[in-house]
Design a protein around this ligand. Sequence first.
Ligand code: A2H
Length: 254
Amino acid sequence: EGVGPQEYTLIKMKIYKINSKILSDLLKNKNAFLVAATLRPETMYGQTNCWVHPDISYIAFECKNGDVFICTERAARNMSYQGFTAVDGKFDILARFTGQELLGCCLKSPLTSYEFLYALPMLTIKADKGTGIVTSVPSDSPDDYAALMDLKKKQPFREKYDITFEMVLPYQPVPILEIPELGNLAAVSVYEKLKIQSQNDKDKLAEAKELVYLKGFYEGVLLVGKHKGCKIQDVKKLIQSELLASNEAVIYYE
Ligand code: A2H
């Protein structure tokens, strides 16, 4: 971990339909979002789903512009000191629930080619980092690809969390950036090369991230969107500012 504060881009994944009756009533007529913390805003073209931890506790709170954000209480508190709420340091908790209540939630997210995405379980999410919500880009994140493959391959895992096959079957990694030697689905190629078995394959996943991450940043070239053909290093900040300008993302520090 570095010394200074870490900057995250929070992607506003808009709730389209939520299964929980209580939450659905509470959020009726509101702009409500699962807010996912990412270091890679330039990969949002490849989102296939959202990750939440079934056992982590989340809250809903209202921002000063009326948006309702869902994230951990810890993240909400940090946001309340970063100008998100009407009164500095204050946030009203509209509801408190576990990630279980969010599973299967149908979302709309910026830049992705999929019209709707689902909130699915990931058991390696940490409660004390970011918002506790992660957006999934299986083409370029080995963690995301491993967790998606777990759901695709393991029926008992889907059943345990009431995830239907339709929530995972149509969702394939999207080729969004080309990395020399790793191709256009870098996470898939290292997953196969290292024979990763599950999202809990800690050591191999750490190695996979090592292989993909720096090389992607320094040598990756975008294959889609309006910056198609540009190097990642040159457009990362630009894509971030476009997401901020369209109010589809916000900056968050911790
Ligand atoms: B990244 P760092 Cl394409 N628990 O976003 C576990 N992982 C979390 C998290 C949490 N509470 N909060 C955020 N993350 C993930 C995209 C991505 C990410 C790609 C490739 C690599 C990558 C799409 N998922 O991260 O510990 C989020 O996933 C590689 C580490 O603060 C976030 O960026 O460095 C990253 O980990 C933040 O991790």
